[in-house]
Design a protein around this ligand. Structure first.
Ligand SMILES: [Zn+2]
Length: 497
């Protein structure tokens, strides 16, 4: 008996040691699931082609939260603009209301809401949201941060530091390098405050986030945005081990990042990430949100679901710009129309049923406000050449013809307009301000005499909107028994007319 006793003691001790070890390792690692969206861009409606929309994003997130308690939810900005008509009618307030219903842990500011709505608009979004937007690198004129830079949240007993960043704005904030340094400083502060994990919620591309990671190695995870990239798998930054995720755009995906965290070492020991496509046949819908969005649409934009035409094949942005220029010209009874394919047109027209909302999504937001102005033939020719040569962007126009002429200084576009006659021109206010006026100034700096020598032209706001003009024009084309594709070919492009 005596001989068996030490053996038993040893065995019991061994067992206790194993239990203790197991308990220690169990206590030291914790799980966390980060769900992430970005560049939702006012896609509050259920998506057209059976994919996407905030009611499905909400339904999916609800489902995941019902299954587990260790979920963190973040959005990397560009919540507003480029989306549905009903959201536009509320100045994107509806989209932030939807995000409030979903309940995010952190939302940062995108360049679209920053540049379009300004600080006052962003304050309005914060009050709609019921909490602060996170942004470290936008400053007040006195140099202090204009928004809440970070917050500490607790998920499943884990303290998590969340920092928001926007793609650096030229005038109102820190540049790229200074943003990286500020991120490093903010991460240190959050560590001191007890953060086990630090997540940077960035309205900036995955490759730029990798640069920020090298500047701020304390940050564990970057939820990227802005470039609309759908990263099927997370990227690991080799120098820092930080994990970068990005979930596309337009409420088409929700990203999932599963983490196992060594709590004592404050390090991720295992990760696995993927994107979940918001397929209407695979993801549960938030029925209440769907009904609420439909109700708001009936109240604020009843025409949104009206049929415009059945589209046999997808139409690209250049063709929409071409059609838009002609549609604006006709609606205003002007001589000439312009419709910039990059600045004004933000979406293609898909094949299938095209309703007013689908037309709105192409250029309705940026082409909502239009102007008319009298310009000389020389100024109009100067503008198309400046677009092509200085801006390196193709013009889309209606109401005159263009030919290409080889000169010793390279190709020049020649119009069939009378250089000295004045023409009535319509274009989006945004194109006028961000393209015409800026390019005219650049041309004036280079060659002071021609063709923008005159003082400021008389500009008047026009009641014509892109959506109304385009819907009327598209319906007219179809009534004439033509396809929109035929009309695009007739209108031609800078290469063919
Ligand atoms: Zn953006």
């Amino acid at each position: 008996m005596k001989t068996r006793h030490p053996y038993l003691v040893k065995r019991v001790a061994c067992l206790f040691l194993l239990i203790a070890l197991a308990a220690t390792s169990w206590a030291e690692t914790a799980r966390l699931l980060i769900l992430h969206t970005t560049d939702l861009h006012d896609h509050v409606r259920a998506g057209d082609r059976g994919i996407g929309g905030l009611p499905y994003v909400s339904g999916y997130i609800r489902q995941v939260r019902a299954e587990r308690s260790d979920v963190l939810l973040v959005d990397s900005g560009d919540v507003a603009e480029k989306g549905d008509l009903v959201a536009f009618r509320t100045h994107s307030d509806l989209t932030y209301q939807a995000l409030r219903r979903i309940g995010y842990d952190a939302i940062t500011i995108g360049n679209h809401e920053h540049d379009e709505f300004g600080h006052a608009g962003l304050r309005r979004f914060e009050s709609t949201l019921g909490r602060a937007l996170l942004c470290l690198n936008v400053l007040n004129p006195n140099g202090t941060t204009a928004f809440e830079p970070s917050r500490l949240v607790e998920v499943n007993g884990l303290k998590i530091g969340l920092v928001g960043l926007i793609t650096p704005r030229k005038e109102q904030g820190l540049d790229f390098e200074a943003s990286g340094r500020a991120l490093a400083g903010e991460a240190r502060k959050l560590r001191t405050a007890g953060a086990v994990l630090i997540v940077a919620v960035c309205h900036e591309s995955a490759s730029k986030c990798a640069e920020w990671s090298r500047a701020a190695p304390d940050v564990n995870v970057f939820a990227a945005g802005h470039s609309h990239e759908a990263l099927r798998e997370p990227v690991v930054v080799p120098e820092t081990g930080a994990i970068i995720v990005q979930s596309g755009s337009y409420a088409q995906w929700v990203g999932r990042l599963e983490l196992e965290i060594d709590v004592a070492a404050r390090k991720i020991v295992r990760h696995e990430g993927r994107l979940v496509e918001m397929r209407h046949d695979a993801v549960p819908v938030d029925r209440e949100m769907l009904d609420w969005v439909r109700q708001r649409e009936r109240e604020l934009a009843p025409e949104a679901t009206d049929l415009v035409f059945e589209n046999p094949a997808q139409i690209d942005g250049f063709s929409i710009g071409r059609l838009g220029a002609e549609a604006l010209r006709r609606a205003a009874g002007a001589d000439i129309g312009f419709c910039h394919p990059y600045q004004i047109i933000r979406n293609i027209l898909p094949a299938g049923r095209i309703d007013v909302n689908a037309v709105f999504k192409t250029g309705g937001d940026r082409g909502h406000d239009t102007i008319v102005v009298d310009l000389s033939g020389a100024e109009i020719e100067g503008y198309v050449n400046a677009l092509e040569q200085i801006q390196r962007e193709p013009p889309e126009w209606a109401g005159f013809r263009i030919g290409r002429e080889a000169t010793p200084d390279g190709d020049v576009l020649r119009t069939d307009l009378d250089r000295n006659r004045r023409y009535r021109v319509i274009m989006a206010k945004l194109e006028w301000e961000t393209r015409y006026l800026r390019l005219a100034e650049k041309v004036r700096e280079r060659t002071p005499a021609e063709p923008f020598a005159a003082g400021s032209p008389l500009v008047e706001p026009s009641p014509v909107t892109f959506t109304d003009a385009m819907c009327a024009y598209l319906r007219e084309i179809v009534r004439e028994g033509k396809t929109v594709q035929d009309r695009v070919a007739e209108l031609g492009s800078v290469r063919t007319r």
